[in-house]
Design a protein around this ligand. Structure first.
Ligand code: COA
Length: 570
């Protein structure tokens, strides 16, 4: 079937649906929702059998929905309407929630229902629910709706005829999100910040300066007067509530971008007492701990819970130090688990951008960050005493994919998407030793195609082409249990010592053929051009990415119908 994905951005949900539809043999093209006339043009060019809108911020024009079946993916249960569906579900402490695929009509979210899939709610940030439960339910619901549409006989049900507990809710306002630090308890602060995470954050003030708060972590032991900022730790500040305290990991100050809190309030934070962590062992009670280590028998596990999977220079350095420490432990398998939502998305574009905002050089910070990322990747490659496994329970992008590929094995959860390419960020060449690791795994031609095409790779496809070594089904908890079991088996396998010896031999042989330093030097020569050369594409792309500038056109590699040869092909 010819399907047009009409979307605000090619976000993870849209990528997941696109991949699922392509895998089922459909012809898929993407158009960003920029203006009604542009959408009309896209529909005329592509003439789709069906339009699916996974992520829209505006209504579809009548000129489109009156002539084509348009299926809207709404992150709410049947009957729920409005632009803040998940925000209300979290704040209202719904026990279960769902995704509904409904047909576009004049009234927003009021159309007939083609499919709906439910899920139990989890105490988590909105962005996390979106990336896990919503994305999974949306994929199932869209495929079900598609099957029903293809049958030609299914009649979507009017919402009024369905017994539904959902109702229309207005856009959530900052007054609904407001935190009163003198009366709100920790649970309600976490809920309010969770309901606003990703976007728009909770409007508040720190050090008397207005800002939006994101990325809340509970604290079990430290206490202070309600509302007072009582401690700092790396990127986060701790603020007391009436019955505890909450770490605030990220903020967006007025006229600025979203940044780690202690960077956004750099000078003010210096006056706050530091509450450092003692080592890497996972602390049993809740607190802010982005790098944690656990051990079970001969398996060591390193988690790195970096917000949005972005890794600044300092985070790369800290993770490398943790890795050096973990490598000294008496283990034979080392699991790199990344974070719950993302494994890694490479260098920290917001922190890099911040360098230019404070009068420094974004090029210099980019250079420092990629070098720190490379040092970390090298440390992974240079692990002689353990077999290393990257266990991807969440998505990975750009350099994050090649940090994972530096491990001996890559195991990915089936729902995970990989974007192992760099060019979308202003034609960045990329480093992290990808020129060494990628062709070795997939072959030179496939490596070049991956870089050129810039397409998301599903976990299943990554396994087929040899990028990864296992594709594990199930939700995040099932994946973690499965990974632990497989890692224990790997550690106990009789062939493990031989495998380790073979790995060292291969590395020595590869090094003799062409040293890793040579790969790095070649990559960094290109990166120097990207950062310091006459072509500013990377700086322009980063500027727009961190500010979330609205797209003014759909990238040509996504919009099939805008290809000059499209008409001939069609
Ligand atoms: N640095 C800083 N922030 C990053 C980031 C990075 N490298 N990668 C993602 N983010 C942020 C996004 O800005 C967004 O922020 P928000 O919380 O304010 O909304 C959040 O992470 C989620 O990103 P989003 O694009 O919505 O996630 P996605 O799962 O839909 O898409 C990617 C994933 C990887 C395709 C996309 O995030 C991306 O292209 N990231 C940039 C990767 C990159 O070029 N890295 C640098 C080269 S190594």
């Amino acid at each position: 079937m010819r399907i047009l994905l009409l979307t605000h951005a090619f976000n993870s949900l849209t990528q997941r649906l696109s991949a699922a539809l392509l895998e089922r043999g459909h012809q898929v093209s993407v158009e960003f929702d920029i203006a009604d006339s542009v959408t009309e043009e896209a529909v005329a060019l592509f003439n789709p059998a069906l339009i699916i809108a996974p992520y829209l911020r505006r209504a579809i024009p009548e000129s489109i929905w009156s002539r084509h079946v348009c299926l809207i993916v709404h992150p709410g249960i049947v009957g729920d309407r409005g632009p803040s569906a998940l925000d209300w579900a979290i704040q209202n402490q719904e026990i279960d929630w769902g995704v509904t695929v409904l047909q576009a009509q004049a009234e927003m979210d009021a159309g007939a229902v083609w499919a709906n899939v439910g899920f139990p709610m989890r105490a988590a940030k909105k962005s996390s629910l979106y990336r896990h439960e919503v994305t999974q339910a949306a994929s199932e619901a869209v495929l079900l709706a598609l099957q029903r549409f293809a049958s030609g006989s299914f009649v979507p049900q009017a919402q009024a005829e369905m017994a539904a507990r959902g109702c229309a809710r207005p856009m959530m306002q900052q007054t609904d999100r407001h935190i009163d630090w003198t009366s709100d308890d920790t649970a309600s602060v976490l809920r309010k910040m969770g309901a606003a995470d990703g976007f728009p954050g909770v409007a508040d003030a720190l050090f008397g300066q207005p800002c939006q708060l994101f990325d809340a972590w509970p604290e079990a032991t430290l206490r202070g007067a309600p509302g007072e900022i009582i401690a700092r730790r790396e990127t986060a500040l701790l603020r007391a509530t009436v019955d505890g305290a909450v770490w605030i990991g990220h903020v967006k100050r007025a006229d600025s971008i979203k940044l780690p809190t202690t960077l956004a309030f750099e000078s003010e934070s210096q006056a706050i007492a530091e509450a450092p962590l003692q080592g890497y062992w996972r602390v049993k009670t809740p607190t802010w701990q982005d790098i944690t280590y656990e051990e079970s028998g001969a398996v060591g596990t390193l988690h790195f819970e970096f917000y949005n999977g972005a890794m600044s220079t300092r985070q790369c350095e800290r993770l490398r130090a943790a890795l050096v420490w973990a490598k000294q432990r008496p283990t034979t398998v080392l699991l790199l688990m990344g974070g719950a939502d993302f494994w890694s998305n490479g260098i920290h574009l917001n922190v890099i951008e911040a360098a230019s905002l404070s009068g420094g050089s974004a090029a210099d910070e980019s250079w420092r960050n990629i070098n720190a990322m490379n040092d970390l990747t090298l440390e992974v490659i240079d692990t002689g005493q353990q077999l290393t496994v990257a266990a991807l329970g969440g998505n990975a992008g750009a350099g994050g994919c090649f940090l994972a590929r530096a491990c001996d094995l890559v195991w990915a959860r089936e729902a995970v998407l990989l974007n192992p390419h760099y060019k979308n960020m202003g034609n960045l060449y990329g480093s992290e030793y990808w020129t060494y690791s990628l062709p070795r795994r997939v072959g030179l031609d496939a490596a070049q195609a991956i870089m050129r095409k810039r397409e998301p790779l599903t976990a299943r496809h990554a396994l087929i082409i040899g990028f990864s070594d296992a594709c594990l089904s199930g939700d995040a908890p099932t994946f973690r249990a499965d990974v632990a079991l497989r890692a224990a088996e790997l550690a106990a396998a009789p062939e493990r010592p031989a495998r380790l010896a073979a790995k060292r031999e291969t590395r020595a042989r590869d090094e003799a053929l062409k040293p890793l330093a040579a790969y790095r030097a070649e990559e960094m020569m290109q990166m120097r051009r990207n950062f310091y050369g006459f072509d500013p594409s990377y700086h322009v792309a980063r500027h727009h990415f961190v500010r979330k500038s609205p797209a003014s056109w759909t990238p040509r590699h996504l919009a099939l119908h805008r290809d000059l040869n499209w008409k001939a092909q069609a």
